[in-house]
Design a protein around this ligand. Sequence first.
Ligand code: AR6
Length: 168
Amino acid sequence: MDRLEIVEADITTLDVDAIVNAANTSLLGGGGVDGAIHRAAGKELLAECRMLNGCRTGEAKITKGYNLKARHVIHTVGPVYSNGRQGEPELLAACYRNSLVLAVENGLKTIAFPLISTGVYGYPLEEATPIALREIKAFLETHPDFERVIVACFSRKAYDLYMQLTME
Ligand code: AR6
């Protein structure tokens, strides 16, 4: 799957049509990757987010990228992990699917994802990884014109796990 690229990187530095933000339902900023994206994009991002009236878990909304290299930010809200039997896998899959659909609807061709829900929201990396890879690969198979999906890992451990599972 040469249109899927796994990198170890700070997602705010990537030059793509859209980077995905692992946001919360308020869409008004937070810590982790959300905080990093808002800091790098500048205050105008928050101003646009204020007009979106939040976002439900599993859904996605798009804004401009402002000071980022990325032209857009797709904000999605991952599930808070409790035990994996409260609908978390379906909601996490929906985050990837809905973000990709929104990218296509906006004519975008390249996108970068962080590892949604695997930080503050506590989703175990080992459980989240296969879900993300399954959704991204299924999307690429049905969208031959989509150019590139990047998964940005913020740690060596996550990068190694992704590399291992993508090869399977
Ligand atoms: N680039 C790429 N990945 C990053 C970066 C970065 N600059 N910074 C962190 N990560 P998290 P969540 C990784 O906690 O679990 C926020 O406060 C991080 O190592 O950012 O979905 C929101 O407002 C982890 O693997 O998001 C919500 O309240 C992954 O990004 C809540 O956190 C996701 O970690 C969302 O929690």
